[in-house]
Ligand binder design. Sequence first.
Ligand code: F0G
Length: 457
Amino acid sequence: MKYVPEPFKIKTVEPIRMTTKEYRQKAIKEAGFNTFLLRSEDVFIDLLTDSGTSAMSDAQWAALQMGDEAYAGSRNFYDLEDTIRDVYGYKYFVPTHQGRAAEHIMSKLLIKPGDFVPGNMYFTTTRLHQEMAGGKFVDVITDEAHDPDNPHPFKGNVDLNKMQKLVDEVGADKIPYISYETCVNMAGGQPISIGNLRELRKFCDKYDIPIMLDNTRTVENAYFIQKREKGYAGKSIKEIVREICSYTDGCTCSAKKDGLVNIGGFLAMNDEEFFINAKAQVVIYEGLHTYGGMTGRDMAALAQGIRESVANDDYIRYRVEQTNYLGEVLTDAGIPHVTPHGGHAIFLDAKKFLPHIDQEQFPAQALASAIYVETGVRAMERGNVSAGRNQETGQNFKPKLELVRLTIPRRVYTQSHLDYAAEGIINLYKNKNEIKGLKFVFEPKVLRFFQARFEPA
Ligand code: F0G
């Protein structure tokens, strides 16, 4: 089947507006050629992110009415606690307003200045919180992940030789934990395999290094395991999610993705002392430990969203195959992009799309701007701008992957929206030589991609 039909029907609609090319040329200039700075009203199809952009179900909207807004001990907290225990299996958790708040608290509690934190590729906010706690991020993902065309089915895996090298160089006592991400975002949404996680668990047990999961897209990862890993075709998504978590010691989670809500996150763990310390931190930065950064109704919608994400396997099949459909249409037209296709997005390869633009002139940033002008579709840069500068040398990181992310919100767009986006990008590819590089006119010191401004170089 080319397109898996949506396992839902539409009850509420939100109008979107098509603009002219001239209008969009003006809008992107005013936004400093940064799609983060566009007004969403000026966007026709918004593929900026899958974060907090999901459509909630009727049951989630109903759950909002059941919010218990007590300052302490809200019943929605206990419902969320039961749900997290049932679906992910962790003993303890603290709610946070979103994923980066959980990263902040975990980094502060576990990292000491001078520590090294290995991870299967960096994520922007995760690495920043590690650095702010005095740690240094070390990339231990497989080499295949840095190659946009490598067909490896699990490009998110950790390379255990890289882990061994780090342990030999710095000593295990300088490694507070490994940060292990499912469906690695910056690699193109590439999954990890259970086989890799099991081997990592053995390795970490030997050196007494905890595994902290970035649990943001574990449900999507479970679908790839069910589809591709030997022995898992007969297991349910729920069973696979639970098994992934069982090899880890805790997690940070941005619930704005798999969790099908517009805001929310949590930090979960099995260690009681870590939990006690996390509760002490959450009251400083977020709110009392039984609501953290969320209202009662937010927690109610999240508990329902987590349950829906694993209730049956149809939802996640539709979800990941919808993303794959966009990738297949682009493949048929010869548009360069990361393969195999990830779970939440298709990542265009800007180095190959725009070979005439030097990486120091930000080809992915330029491509995201050009896509907006051509189509009204908003995408996101995931390349040299997102990677930032090396704090020691001041040089741009110039990552191997210079990508534009076409991110699919969950349960929001239909096949014809994706066809429209693909058609526009295919047209743009024919005139790619007219696209010019960019230079900074404003460069923020941290997480510069969010607010940077550019002009044509
Ligand atoms: N970890 C991963 C893998 C993420 O993708 C994100 C957010 C976070 C942590 C941080 O969570 O946004 O809730 O604070 N990713 C969004 C994106 C921003 O567009 O990819 P947050």
